[in-house]
Every structure is written in C-alpha cells, then in structure tokens.
Write a protein that binds this ligand. Structure first.
Ligand code: UDP
Length: 458
C-alpha cells in the first residue's frame, strides 16, 4: 500500500491556517504525507515564527511547507480582503497548476487528494485537471457553511439581493430547526469598508460556494453536540473537530507550526503563579484592530476589574498601533504580543475569556470549559456570539454605549456578572466534556476522521 500524499491549501489568514495545520499533523500521525501550501507572504511569516525549530526532524519529512504567490506585491495591503480575493482568483489557479506539475516531476509524487479550504474552492477545478480527488475543509461553524452553500436559495427566496444584501433587516432560518440568522450580521456584509469591496467579496464567496459539489468530502471543524441542527441539515458535512494542537511535551508535535508570530511562552510561568480560576484572558484573534478610544476603555476596564489578566496586544509595532493610556496601571496583568492560546486556555488559572468569538477561539474556549465574554467585530463573529450566549448559554456579551464603545465600567460589570454565575460555569464544564469526547479514540469526530483516512489509503 503506498503512502497517501495530500496537498492542503488554506485561505491565507491565520484563523484558517491553524486548524488546517492541526488537521495536517493528524494526517501525518495517521501515516500520510502532507504538502502544505501557503502564500509566499504567509510562508515567510510562518517560517520566521518557527525560529530554530526543525520541521524535518520532527515529522521525518512527512510534512512539507511550500508556497505560491497570492498575486500581490510583497508590500501591498493584505488586510483588504476584496483586493486579495480578486487577485487570488485571477492569479493563483495558474500558480497552483505549476506547483502541482513541479511536485509530480521533481518529487516524483502522486498527489492522492487535495484538501482545499472552502473559500479556496476554485482550487478543486485545478485539481480535477490532474485527476486529483477534491475535499473541502471548513474552518468555521457548520451553520456558516450552510449559509454559504445556500446563497443561491437565499437569493431565490428574496432574502438577499444579487449583492448579498437586504434593504431591510430580516431574520430567517435556513431550515425550521436551524438557529435564526440575521441579514445585518451576514458573514460577508461586515468585512468590507464599502459597497464595491463588499460586492467583490460576495462574488468571490459565491464563486467558491459553486465549487462545493466538486468535492467528494466536506469536512468541518465542529462537533455534533455543538451544532446538531446545522449538521443534520447538511448530512454530507462531516464534523472532525475540535482540531486542537497536539501538545505532547516529549514529542515533535509540540512545535507550533503555522503561527504568524512567535508565541511568548513567558505567560505560562506567569499563569503558574496565579490562583486557580482567577485570570481573565483577553484576546481578539489575528486581525481585529482597535481604535484608540476603544483601546483606552479596554485598558482602563482591565484595571477596574481588579483581577489578574493576560492580554494579547499584537499590533503594538504596526503603523497604526494604539497606545496605552497614561492612567493605565496594568499592575495585575501580563501583556504579550502573541500567546500560545490553546495552552493558555487549558491552564487551571484561567477564569474566563474576553474574546472576539472567531470560530477557532470559540472552539478552543469550549474545549477547555472556559466561559466567554463576547466582543465580536466582524464576519461570522456576530453569529458565534449569539450562539455562545443564547444557544449554548456559556457566555455573556458586552453592550456598547451610544457612540458604539464598550466602556470600562461595562467591562467590570460583565466580568463580575460572569464570574459569579455558577450555572454558566457548570454548563461550560459540561460542554467541555461533550466536545472533547469527540476526539477520544471512539469519539464521533475521530471516527469521521478515520473514515476519511481509510478512504485516502484505499
Ligand atoms: N491565537 C494564538 N495566540 C494569540 C491569539 C490567537 O495562537 O495570542 C490563535 C488562536 O488560538 C486561534 C487563532 O489564533 O487558533 C485565531 O483564530 P480565530 O478564528 O479565533 O480568529 P481570527 O484570527 O480568524 O479572527
């Protein structure tokens, strides 16, 4: 039996690369070879953040990191998603085709399967030219996959127009059992700064959603317990989550591959010195940016809570970085540029998570039984917030004032309220058990993953 070789292609964003990297490590553990394709820009970040760690020694060469251009110049702004998506779609298919030819020639390797991020779905067309089987991987919730998949139906039903928008606020359900959705919080409606860019992003997503049927497998980083309704609405979508980093202190997989920034491990010894269940962890994912007023309120709020806090502020060196207000004391806290988040959330001193509710952060918090204080910014985060607070009931959300700011007093009020709510804590712990059971040997996500690997090996 030959060793399956899988080409993995994430969307070029941190929250897409981390879960696909965790997925790739599992494939390697199960005897597969993986060629992980980043964009040149992100590949550089990933390689730099790894420092001296030796990938080859750790994975015996079974995990190979390669890269292709995203079509933008190195100095161009990659936070403009509309521009990034349009450029990728016009340039990356050719680059990928070239890469596949090179792999076949130089490495003398037959790619058994391509696993593409759903929002890189165009890659399946490229793969099919070479007769490569296609699999789609979705790093957000099953509900968000269902939403993308149903774009044509939403347009037919008049819920959204051909630009993905609705003139008036409407709530709707994709099926009678699924959670309510809101046209004002659609994943594409709040990621662009103007209607032209929004239209470009919507068209890109629409294009990708049309390729879903080219894939033999649809895999999703979720679990049945978390999203029973969405998963029974789309039975082809197999949950294989939560895809967590494998931290085995004695083994290769401890190296963090796929991070854009080096993890500041000093926070772990700081956490060791704190009391159990006392620290407020504050992190907003990889690209949430604060304006100065909001940043100030957050800093002063963290002083007000009068508890230890661990705060990730990762835009400190960038051009538009925010500055700490003069009044900020911060003496109870530790501030880092980038934390080993999964390790942090599993530390016994963590009491709650002030989070932007990106899906990875959501899953990581749930997998560790950590209650949430939700502060969504864009994309799927509003939906995740509602799901955490109203469906799963393991968190509270911050309210904004009339200027749209979360004030320092609101931060203190909600931290106190959350930490005195025993029911939320118990529900979080109960959910932790259910979610993580999935990745035990006989767990449902493990079974789904194994089924996929067996198919790869056939
Ligand atoms: N993350 C991390 N260290 C940090 C902050 C975030 O490792 O200091 C990781 C986090 O564990 C998660 C990912 O970055 O896996 C962020 O993904 P998410 O979907 O939560 O947010 P996004 O960055 O896509 O907005």
């Amino acid at each position: 039996m030959s060793i399956p070789c899988v080409l993995v292609l994430p969307f070029p964003a941190q929250g897409h690369i981390i879960p696909l990297m965790n997925f790739s490590k599992k494939l390697v553990e199960h005897g597969c070879k993986v060629i992980f394709v980043n964009t040149d820009f992100n590949h550089k970040l990933v390689m730099n953040s790894m420092g001296e760690q030796q990938l080859d020694d750790s994975f015996n060469g079974a995990l190979k990191l390669v890269s292709i251009s995203d079509g933008l110049r190195h100095d161009e702004d990659r936070t403009n998603f509309a521009k990034l998506c349009v450029t990728m779609l016009s340039t990356m298919p050719n680059m990928l085709e070239k890469l596949i030819k090179e792999i076949c020639l130089n490495d003398n390797c037959r790619i058994s399967c391509m696993v593409a991020d759903v929002i890189m779905g165009w890659a399946l067309d490229v793969g099919s030219k070479f007769g490569i089987n296609g699999t789609l991987f979705w790093s957000s919730s099953a509900a968000m996959f269902a939403l993308l998949y149903n774009i044509p139906k939403l347009m037919d039903d008049g819920i959204i127009d051909s630009n993905g928008l609705s003139a008036t606020k409407k709530t709707f359900q994709l099926s009678p059992n699924m959670p309510m959705m809101d046209t004002e919080a659609l994943v594409w409606s709040n990621v662009a700064e103007d209607s032209i860019n929004l239209n470009k992003i919507f068209n890109y997503l629409k294009h990708c959603s049309q390729t879903t049927n080219l894939a033999k497998w649809w895999l999703c980083n979720t679990t049945y317990e978390l999203e029973p309704q969405s998963l029974s609405f789309l039975p082809k979508l197999l949950p294989i989550g939560p895809l967590l980093n494998i931290y085995d202190e004695n083994k290769s997989a401890t190296i963090s591959i796929g991070q854009f920034w080096e993890e500041d491990l000093s926070c772990m010894s700081w956490l060791d010195q704190q009391q159990h269940n006392s620290v407020v962890y504050v992190a907003f994912g990889s690209f949430t940016l604060f304006d100065q007023n909001q940043f100030k309120e957050l800093a002063l709020g963290l002083d007000l809570i009068n508890r230890p806090f661990l705060w990730v502020v990762h835009d400190q060196d960038s051009k538009n970085s925010t500055t700490f207000p003069n009044e900020f004391k911060g003496y109870k806290g530790k501030i880092v540029k980038w934390a080993p988040q999964q390790k942090v959330l599993s530390h016994p001193s963590i009491a709650c998570f002030i989070s932007h509710c990106g899906w990875n952060s959501t899953l990581e918090g749930l997998s560790n039984g950590v209650p949430f204080l939700c502060w969504p910014y864009h994309a799927d985060q509003f939906y995740d917030k509602t799901y955490i607070c109203d469906e799963l009931k393991v968190g509270l959300a911050f309210n904004k004032d009339e200027k749209g700011l979360v004030l320092s007093g609101e931060i203190k009020k909600k931290v106190d309220q959350l930490l005195s709510d025993e029911n939320i804590r118990l529900r979080s712990m109960e959910l932790k058990g259910k979610v993580t059971m999935n990745i035990a040997q006989e767990g449902q996500s493990s079974k789904n993953f194994n089924k996929f690997v067996e198919w790869l090996k056939e």
